[in-house]
Design a protein around this ligand. Structure first.
Ligand SMILES: Nc1ncnc2c1ncn2[C@@H]1O[C@H](COP(=O)(O)OP(=O)(O)OP(=O)(O)O)[C@@H](O)[C@H]1O
Ligand SMILES: [Mg+2]
Length: 269
């Protein structure tokens, strides 16, 4: 049985696809058979970051509609063992992701994969709801700014009321906060919310803090998840997040030294 992780946010452009690419790559590097699934029908950013856009023949919607088997649509990553990509359709409408269709595909994948990472589209419309419905865990990607935090709070409400786990009364979806595009100089100047501010509002466990970094743009231009760029702070911060997702305790890095005391207390380090 695979563990289903949705990468979600509500607000657009906060770093969900960047995060889906790096977290799935990190899980595969740890030896878990992992698939990253693009729920963003119509946009298809994930296959660009994963550098497999030229290899897409069939997609998620083809599988749902019975035009291709899962095996035909899954793309095996060239760099990392155990890693597969299920691309989104570029042309069809978002309603093509039917509830029954998504369930059927996830069930089939659950039989052979350890982790399914679902890259959610922005917003709280059909595609976003579909990507979170079946989740066991949610990585709520948030930027340190008011509008992003507000939308993350809204997504948390949806996870707690509209997910399959909520409907069935099962254990709730396990929530993780991933703060991305964090720039401590801007926090110091009061232009961005601090980790404490965000934590006060959302109060869910912190999975990690990814610094604002040019390395993310460089990596995506090269068609590589930034976690593969092991010399960069952003890459290492994602690697830490994957380790924490798997239950390891790691102290936060790459932050203003003054914040360390607070973080040590939060992580009990
Ligand atoms: N830590 C970071 N530092 C700098 N730039 C970043 C960082 N994380 C993401 N970005 C940039 O922000 C932009 C949006 O990222 P991404 O596509 O991952 O967001 P998204 O949440 O998936 O967007 P959408 O809601 O449109 O799907 C991209 O240009 C990406 O390179
Ligand atoms: Mg995206």
């Amino acid at each position: 049985m695979a563990r289903i992780i949705v990468v979600t946010s509500g607000k657009g452009g906060v770093g969900k696809t960047t995060t889906s690419a790096s977290i799935s790559t990190g899980l595969a590097q740890k030896g878990y058979k992992t698939a990253v699934i693009d729920f963003d029908v119509g946009l298809r950013n994930l296959d660009l970051i994963m550098n497999c856009e030229r290899r897409v023949v069939y997609d998620f919607v083809n599988v749902i509609q019975g035009e291709a088997t899962l095996n035909q649509a899954l793309i095996r990553d060239k760099r990392v063992d155990n890693l597969y990509i299920l691309p989104a359709s570029q042309t069809r409408d978002k309603e093509a992701l039917t509830h029954e269709g998504v369930e059927k595909v996830l069930n089939e994948m659950s039989e052979t994969f350890d982790y399914l990472v679902c890259d959610s589209p922005a917003g709280i419309e059909h595609g976003a709801l579909m990507s979170l419905y079946f989740a066991d865990e949610a990585i709520v990607v948030t930027n340190p700014e008011v509008s992003s935090v507000r939308d993350s709070d809204r997504i948390l409400g949806i996870l707690q009321s509209k997910s399959r786990r909520a409907e069935r009364g099962d254990d709730p979806v396990k929530e993780h906060l991933l703060l991305t595009r964090y720039n401590h100089e801007r926090v110091e100047r009061g232009e961005m919310l601090s980790i404490e501010d965000v934590n006060d509002i959302l109060s869910i466990p912190l999975l990690g803090v990814i610094p604002e970094s040019q390395a993310v743009l460089n990596a995506s231009n090269q068609g590589a998840p930034v976690i593969l760029d092991e010399d960069t702070e952003a890459g290492q911060a994602y690697e830490d997040a994957v380790a924490r997702l798997l239950g390891e305790e790691r102290e936060l890095r790459f932050l203003d030294p003054q914040k360390k005391g607070f973080l040590k207390r939060m992580f009990g380090g």
